[in-house]
Design a protein around this ligand. Structure first.
Ligand code: PMP
Length: 491
């Protein structure tokens, strides 16, 4: 049996109960799961409550937002039983599938034993999880701090780097997203996320090494089956764009910071920024440069971790670097609110005598969930699935790019994929917001949920639960084609 066919139709059997064929033009893939019915607040009531009782900074996707009432593996149902293929996983969070039975069982088991004590007592699940989690990392990374969100994890990592080095200045990239807390919003470098309060004090944003939108980039820059539509004269194994972007980082280090810096933060592939991949070799050189200034290298694996990139468990491994601190969240709990920071013994030792506390980090239920998620990843080989299904997805998207001019770029690795939509391929001018929303809405009408990203929100983001199959990919590709076709017809 070929590697591909192994992932084609494990769950594609039995009946097609309550599929959304009456709503979408192509029948949904058949599954053996049922909509359980919904008796909660009506769609209209929910919409009204959203506008009256929820802060307006929380803006749901779509012209007519989705009311999600049930989820199972890669599927979501609305109030009427319409089923959707979820290719965004609650923003890269539902790593092994909605309500995965093994994860549910672990949570329920722990819930009936012990919910919460805080770190003032020892509880068994935290040790089991810390052992399992660190076993997936390079051996020097073995001491954990547990937190509740990616922002909190990055806050802590930043504080830790400052405490450890005695330095203050931190470097991240333009187009990075590392959180929205007052501390981490300084690391984040996207205008729309910045507001009228002090941030970024002591933080410097280096030029983003973006091979598609940046000043430099070529036809072989990325570790991906999809390359930018740009030419270059690079020799095998040597990326000129990487060198030029490194010079930019060197300038920040020469001009903007003192002799010593505290840290450098990087995502292995930028997530919110629109699945931006750095030129091969860039990150390794960047780590060397930052370390020459005494800084710690921090990998934000909130989106790229846990095997999503297919070839490795951790995104930083794809760049052949060893970070000093790794931060993780989202996929760690398959939707359970939890996060972690893992570092070396030596760096962790700087916290001796430092009092730092949070109420929920390392909560027994969270840790039981975290352990179960890691078990499922192993048992179901979700990393290998990400590689095989993700590569197939990217290859199919490459074909769509050849067909539709509105696709400026396809990029990504494993099941972390971006499709950048443009008004003009030659100038790379972003697609207008109105046109993007039409396409985005139509993909949803076809039964497929995707995300958006990039500075102007014109990148379609695909980061599904890692249980999707090639059959689901075919269904999604068909939905995208129809939406792009309609876009062409509107022109
Ligand atoms: N880092 C990255 C790379 C992220 O994508 C996010 C969230 N989108 C965060 C940190 C912050 O995580 P949270 O929303 O859980 O605070």
């Amino acid at each position: 049996m070929s590697m591909l066919s192994r992932y084609v139709s494990r769950s594609a059997v039995k009946s097609s109960i309550l599929c959304a064929s009456s709503y979408s033009q192509r029948p949904m893939p058949e599954i053996d799961l049922e909509f359980q019915g919904y008796r909660g607040k009506s769609y209209d009531e929910s919409s009204q409550l959203h506008s009256e009782r929820i802060v307006p900074s929380s803006i749901p996707y779509y012209s007519k937002p989705l009311l999600a009432t049930q989820g199972k593996m890669q599927w979501i149902w609305d109030q009427d039983g319409k089923r959707y293929l979820d290719l965004f996983a609650g923003i890269v969070t539902v790593s092994v599938g909605h309500c995965h039975p093994k994860v549910n069982e672990a949570a329920q088991k722990q819930m009936s034993k012990l919910w919460h004590t805080t770190g003032i007592y020892m509880t068994p699940p935290i040790y089991e999880f810390a052992e399992k989690l660190t076993a997936t990392l390079p051996r020097h990374l073995k001491v954990c701090f547990f937190a509740n969100s990616g922002s909190e994890a990055n806050d802590f990592a930043m504080a830790l780097s400052r405490i450890h080095t005695g330095a203050f200045d931190v470097i991240s990239f333009r187009n990075a997203y590392h959180g929205a807390s007052p501390y981490t919003v300084g690391l984040t470098a996207h205008g729309p996320w910045k507001h009228q309060y002090a941030n970024s004090f002591g933080i410097h944003h280096a030029m983003n090494p973006d091979p598609y939108r940046g000043l430099w980039g070529g036809a072989a820059c990325r570790d991906s089956p999809a390359q930018p539509d740009r030419t270059c004269a690079c020799a095998e194994g040597h990326c000129e764009a990487a060198d030029r972007y490194i010079e930019q980082l060197r300038e920040v280090l020469d001009y903007s910071v003192p002799q010593k810096v505290a840290a450098f933060f990087a995502e292995s592939i930028q997530g919110v920024g629109g699945t931006v991949q750095f030129p091969k070799g860039y990150l390794k050189k960047a780590f060397e440069l930052v370390r020459s200034k005494g800084g710690l290298c921090i990998s934000d694996e909130v989106q790229t971790g846990f095997g999503r990139l297919g070839s490795h468990m951790w995104g930083f491994e794809t760049h052949d670097v060893l970070p000093d601190i790794v931060t993780m969240a989202k996929g760690i709990g398959n939707g359970f609110p939890m996060a972690a920071v893992v570092t070396t013994q030596e760096i962790a030792d700087s916290l001796k005598g430092v009092l730092h506390f949070n109420t929920f980090g390392g909560n027994p239920v969270a840790c039981a969930v975290g352990s179960a998620v890691l078990d499922v990843m192993k048992e179901e080989d979700t990393q290998e699935k990400s590689k095989v299904v993700g590569t197939y997805f990217l290859e199919e998207l490459n074909k769509l790019r050849n067909k539709y001019d509105v696709i400026g770029d396809v990029r990504g690795k494993g099941l972390m994929i971006g499709i950048e939509l443009v008004a003009d391929r030659a100038t790379r001018e972003c697609l207008g917001a109105k046109e993007f929303v039409q396409i985005f809405d139509e993909i949803r009408d076809q039964g497929v949920l995707v995300g958006k990203g990039g500075l102007r929100g014109t990148v379609i983001r695909i980061k599904p639960p890692m249980c999707i199959t090639t059959r689901d990919v075919d269904f999604a590709i068909d939905a995208f084609s129809r939406a792009f076709e309609s876009h062409n017809n509107r022109k």
